[in-house]
Design a protein around this ligand. Structure first.
Ligand code: HMG
Ligand code: MG
Length: 332
């Protein structure tokens, strides 16, 4: 980010007029997991590992690196153990992994895990499709996982998916999401990530959701996980930040989606998020240029252009960093 500091000076003074004051934001990168799980082409272990290394090198401090789900359900994630055993861990970087049951936990324990993520659904329809069980049964299984993990000294993060809408059940009541959030907190989750799995939320629906969820907890226990299907990711994020949430999930290059959520598309892109935060005067200590390179690396492998608009804008003229200067100039 230091490189950008000088070059974006003009741009910052321009965009800082936005009224929200955001002191510090924690970026929780989900690209190696959420970003890749929906990709049809199998991404070899060494590519996943290289992506994780590049993200850490760009300054990302939380990288959800793998999932330990049934390989029969999500083949793309079937090499989680190899990935976790192969990565060279950067000190100070958190490498959480996601799992649906005790079986996943037992496998994940074969590598050095410090944090796990569990993921009940906010709707019956999605729970059945994604976990092959009801919401209540899912919560029971996740409690078993959380109990063992916490006993082992492993941090547990909870997701609630379909917090705004479900591809099978339609709109979801914020009260339902607040109740599941409360339940996850009572299991000992240190943080709950509110997942708009299919990206149907708008700033208006996010406001309603936040008002309800904040009747059961405080913003420091929450994270925002927005898929960007309708291009509402950043405005939804701004709506959430206004309620005091300071952890944001995003995915390199805007990759992402869930194989069991019809219509789910990529997450809010990490490059777009960093650019956005920089405009608000938030120093994330992330090197945007390295992030763009990481996004290009994985997009090239997948043989598709980055979903991230910032990546596209900066990446094409990347060689001599001229684009940074150009972008700043265009905005003042
Ligand atoms: P099931 O078929 O009911 O489970 O699936 P099962 O217990 O009958 O197991 C089926 C087979 O899988 C068995 O193998 C198990 O041993 C094996 P077999 O005996 O037939 O050879 N198995 C496992 N193997 C490795 N690791 C495991 C594991 N579990 C079972 N952990 C199950 C139920 C929950 C397992 C399945 O539905 C599943 O794996 N679901 C996960 C789906 C998934 O990964 N979805 C994407 C993540 S969620 C998401 O992206 C949303 C999020 O980003 C938030 C948001 O966007 O809102 C988090
Ligand atoms: Mg997701």
């Amino acid at each position: 980010m230091k490189l950008l500091e000088k070059k974006f000076t003009k741009l910052i003074s321009h965009t800082r007029s936005i009224s929200v004051k955001v002191p510090e934001i924690r970026i929780y990168e989900v690209g190696p997991r959420d970003g890749l799980q929906n990709e049809a082409k199998f991404v070899p272990t060494e590519i996943k590992v290289e992506l994780i290394h590049r993200l850490a090198d760009a300054g990302i401090k939380d990288i959800e690196s793998a999932s330990f789900v049934s390989p029969k359900w999500v083949k793309q994630m079937s090499d989680g153990l190899d990935v976790m055993k192969t990565i060279k861990r950067t000190p100070g970087v958190n490498y959480p992994v996601l799992m649906p049951n005790i079986k996943g936990y037992e496998i994940a324990k074969k590598c050095n895990i410090e944090e796990i993520a569990i993921f009940p659904a906010g709707s019956e329809g999605f729970s059945q499709k994604n976990l092959n069980c009801s919401v209540a049964e899912g919560l029971k299984r996740f409690k078993d996982v959380a109990d063992v993990a916490i006993k082992d000294g492993v941090r547990v993060r909870g997701y609630v998916s379909c917090v705004v809408g479900c591809p099978y059940d339609g709109p979801i009541s914020p009260k339902t999401i607040a109740k599941i959030t409360e339940e996850l907190l009572s299991m000992g989750c240190y943080e709950i990530s509110l997942g708009d799995t299919i990206g149907v939320g708008t700033a208006g629906s996010v406001q309603k959701l936040m008002r309800e969820v904040l009747t059961v907890t405080t913003p420091d226990k929450l994270a925002l996980h927005f898929h960007d299907t309708y291009g509402q990711g950043l405005s939804n994020l701004l709506a959430g930040l206004e309620f005091g949430v300071r952890t944001v999930d995003s995915s390199i290059s805007g990759l992402g989606g869930c194989p069991y959520a019809r219509g789910a598309s990529g997450n809010l892109a990490t490059e777009d998020l960093v650019y956005f935060l920089y405009g608000l005067g938030v120093n994330t200590d992330i090197d945007l240029l390295k992030l763009v390179e990481a996004g290009r690396f994985i997009s090239n492998f997948l043989a598709k252009p980055p979903e991230s608009r910032v990546n596209r804008a900066l990446g094409d003229k990347f060689k001599d960093n001229r684009a940074i200067v150009d972008t700043a100039a265009c905005n003042v």
